[in-house]
Ligand binder design. Structure first.
Ligand SMILES: *[C@@H]1O[C@H](CO)[C@@H](O)[C@H](O)[C@H]1NC(C)=O
Ligand SMILES: *[C@@H]1O[C@H](CO)[C@@H](O)[C@H](O)[C@H]1NC(C)=O
Ligand SMILES: *[C@@H]1O[C@H](CO)[C@@H](O)[C@H](O)[C@H]1NC(C)=O
Length: 533
C-alpha cells in the first residue's frame, strides 16, 4: 500500500509534537523502603520518556542511591539513625504478633494494644525525624535558592511523609502524589465521601458487607484510628506548616492540596466506593510480563514436572523468622510433591526437604509469571499482592504487620487467597492451607478472573500514570479537577447550616400557623360568646 505523502508529514509532525511535549523537570520526594522500589518504576518510565528527574534523599537512605543514571540527587542530612530503629521495631512487632497465638481473647486484646503502642511510638519517631529533616532543608538557604532556580515543573511525592507536599507549596509548583497512605490516613478516606457502612476502615480486615457488630467496630476503629494518626503526625508537622506557611494555613488540609492522586490500587483489588475526579488508579503499574529465569532456577522449576512450583517470600523487610517457625514451614513443604523456591536469609532449617530450594533473592515477577508456578506464599506487601493478581496466581497469606492483613483479606474476600495466622502456624495448618490453594481449583480460577479483569483496561496502568504526570506538566497543574470539599468547614460540607436554616424556617411557619389558628379559635369563641349573650 502506498502511504500518501501528506499523512507521512502529519505523522512526522505528530511525532515531533509528542516528543517535544515531554522533557519536563520533575522533583521527586520519595519515601524510602519498599515504597521507593515502587516509585523507582515510575522514575524509570519518566526517564525513558525524556524527563529530567531530581530525587531528594536522606544521607542515610537504605535504597535510594546517590548516583544513578536515572536521576540527579539532592541529599539532606538525616538527624537520626532510623534504619537501626526500624529493624528492632520490626522484630519487636513480629515477637508481639507471635505471642498473640493460642491465648485468650483478653490477652490477644492486650497484645493488640501493645502492638499499637509500639507502632505509634515508632511512627511518631519517624515523623519527628522527617520533620527535622524538612526543617533543615528549609533553613538551608542556598539549597532552597537552587531548588527555586531550577524551576521544576512539578513535585512528585509519596504523601506517607510530609516533606514533598511542603516543598511543592514552598516552590509553588504543581503536586502529584504516588499514594495509598498519607500521613493522615488512607487517601480515599480524606478525599472522597466514605460512608462507614460499607467502607471498611484500615486494619479491620472487614469487607464491604459488614454485620451490625462489625459496623460498630468499624466506626470505633475509624474514630480511634484518625485520632491516633493525628497524634502521631500533628505535633511534628503542624509547627513547620505554621512557621513556613503562616499561622492561618489550615494544617488539616495542607497535605490534601495535590493536583493528581496516582492511587496504587484499583477496583479489582479495592471494594467499590465513591472517588474523585483527580484520583487516577494505577494499581499494578509495577507489573510486567515475565522475563526468562536464570538457567539454574529454570532447571529447578522444570524438574517439578506436572506438580509445579510453590514460591515463598516475605518481602524485603523480613529476611528471617524465628527458627521454630521456619522449621514448621520447612516440614510442611517437605510433605509435598511440588518443588519450592523459598527466599529466606535465616539459618537453614535442619529438616529442609530435598524439594525445597532456599535462595537469598528471587526474581519475584518472573517466577510468578512462570507457567509452572502454582502457589505464592506472601506477606501481603505492596508489590506481591498486585503481581499475584496480574499473573493470576493463588496466594497463601502470612501477614506480618501494617496493612498487610488488610491487603490479604481483600484477596481472600475475592476467593483468591487462604490466610494463615503466623502466631498459630504449625506444619499441619500450613500444609492444609497449601493443599487447599494447590488442589482446590476455585482459588486459581478466581485469581485468573481477577487477572483478566485487571488486564482489560483501555490503557496500561503505568502509561496512565505517566499520562497524568505529563498532563500536569502540560497544563501547569490540574486545579480544575479539585473539588471544593476540603476547603469547607465540616458544617458547610455537611450542610448543617442549611438544615439549621430550613428547620428554623419550618419551625417559624409552624409556630406562626399555630398562633394564627389559636387566634382564630379565640376570636370564634369570643364571637360565639357574644352571640349567646
Ligand atoms: C528426596 O527425599 C525423598 C523422601 O525423603 C526421597 O524419596 C527421594 O528419593 C529424594 N530425592 C532425591 C532426588 O534425593
Ligand atoms: C498493601 O497494598 C497496597 C496496594 O497494592 C499498597 O499500596 C500497600 O503499600 C500494601 N501494604 C503494604 C504493607 O505493603
Ligand atoms: C474450595 O474452596 C472454596 C472456597 O473456600 C469452598 O467453598 C469449596 O467448598 C472448596 N471445594 C472443595 C472441593 O473443597
Amino acid at each position: 500500500m502506498k502511504v500518501p505523502h501528506s499523512s507521512l508529514i502529519t505523522f512526522a509532525l505528530l511525532f515531533i509534537q509528542l516528543t517535544s511535549a515531554s522533557g519536563g523537570k520533575i522533583l521527586v520526594f520519595p519515601l524510602d523502603g519498599s515504597h521507593w522500589v515502587n516509585m523507582k518504576v515510575l522514575i524509570e518510565e519518566l526517564h525513558a520518556k525524556g524527563h529530567d528527574v531530581t530525587v531528594v534523599r536522606a544521607s542515610d537512605s537504605w535504597y535510594i542511591s546517590e548516583k544513578s543514571p536515572l536521576y540527579t540527587s539532592v541529599t539532606l542530612t538525616s538527624p537520626n539513625g532510623f534504619e537501626q530503629n526500624f529493624e528492632t521495631f520490626l522484630s519487636r512487632q513480629l515477637e508481639i504478633r507471635l505471642q498473640g497465638g493460642h491465648t485468650s481473647f483478653w490477652s490477644r486484646f492486650w497484645t493488640r494494644i501493645e502492638m499499637e503502642r509500639v507502632v505509634v511510638d515508632q511512627f511518631s519517631q519517624f515523623h519527628k525525624g522527617m520533620s527535622e529533616m524538612v526543617l533543615q532543608m528549609f533553613e538551608d538557604e542556598n539549597l532552597m535558592q537552587s531548588l527555586h532556580k531550577a524551576k521544576y515543573d512539578m513535585v512528585l511525592t509519596d504523601p506517607g511523609i510530609g516533606g514533598g507536599a511542603m516543598l511543592a507549596r514552598w516552590l509553588q509548583v504543581p503536586l502529584v502524589f504516588n499514594v495509598r497512605w498519607t500521613i493522615q490516613g488512607e487517601a480515599h478516606l480524606l478525599m472522597a465521601p466514605s460512608p462507614l457502612s460499607y467502607i471498611p476502615f484500615t486494619a479491620t480486615e472487614f469487607t464491604d458487607k459488614m454485620t451490625f457488630p462489625q459496623r460498630i467496630t468499624n466506626v470505633l476503629s475509624y474514630i480511634l484510628g484518625m485520632y491516633t494518626l493525628s497524634y502521631i503526625t500533628e505535633p511534628h508537622y503542624k509547627p513547620l506548616v505554621k512557621k513556613y506557611f503562616g499561622p492561618d494555613v489550615d494544617y488539616s488540609t495542607f497535605f490534601l492540596d495535590a493536583d493528581i492522586w496516582l492511587m496504587r490500587n484499583d477496583f479489582i483489588f479495592e471494594y467499590p466506593r465513591p472517588t474523585m475526579p483527580n484520583i487516577v488508579y494505577m494499581g499494578g503499574f509495577q507489573c510486567k510480563p515475565p522475563k526468562p529465569l536464570p538457567v539454574d532456577l529454570e532447571d529447578f522449576v522444570q524438574s517439578s514436572g506436572d506438580h509445579g512450583v510453590i514460591m515463598m517470600t516475605l518481602g524485603t523487610l523480613v529476611g528471617t523468622l524465628p527458627q521454630h517457625i521456619a522449621e514448621e514451614i520447612a516440614a510442611a513443604f517437605a510433605q509435598l510433591p511440588q518443588k519450592v523456591v523459598w527466599r529466606y536469609m535465616g539459618q537453614k532449617p535442619a529438616n529442609l526437604g530435598n524439594n525445597t530450594l532456599i535462595v537469598n533473592w528471587l526474581p519475584q515477577n518472573d517466577l510468578l509469571g512462570h507457567p509452572k508456578t502454582k502457589v505464592f506464599v506472601a506477606h501481603g506487601g505492596t508489590n506481591g499482592v498486585q503481581e499475584a493478581i496480574y499473573h493470576g496466581v493463588p496466594v497463601v497469606g502470612l501477614p506480618l504487620f501494617f496493612d498487610q492483613p488488610d491487603n490479604l483479606s481483600r484477596i481472600k474476600a475475592k476467593g483468591g487467597a487462604v490466610i494463615v495466622d503466623i502466631a498459630v502456624l504449625d506444619r499441619h495448618i500450613f500444609a492444609e492451607a497449601l493443599m487447599a490453594a494447590l488442589y482446590n481449583s476455585s482459588y486459581r480460577e478466581n485469581m485468573q478472573r481477577l487477572s483478566r479483569l485487571h488486564r482489560d483496561q483501555p490503557m496500561k496502568p503505568l502509561d496512565q500514570a505517566v499520562f497524568w504526570i505529563e498532563y500536569v506538566i502540560r497544563h501547569k497543574g490540574a486545579r480544575h479537577l479539585q473539588t471544593m470539599s476540603h476547603k469547607m468547614s465540616w458544617f458547610v460540607y455537611n450542610s448543617v447550616d442549611v438544615i439549621a436554616a430550613l428547620l428554623t424556617f419550618v419551625l417559624l411557619i409552624t409556630f406562626t400557623f399555630i398562633s394564627i389558628i389559636r387566634l382564630l379559635g379565640k376570636m370564634i369563641f369570643i364571637r360565639k360568646k357574644v352571640k349567646h349573650e
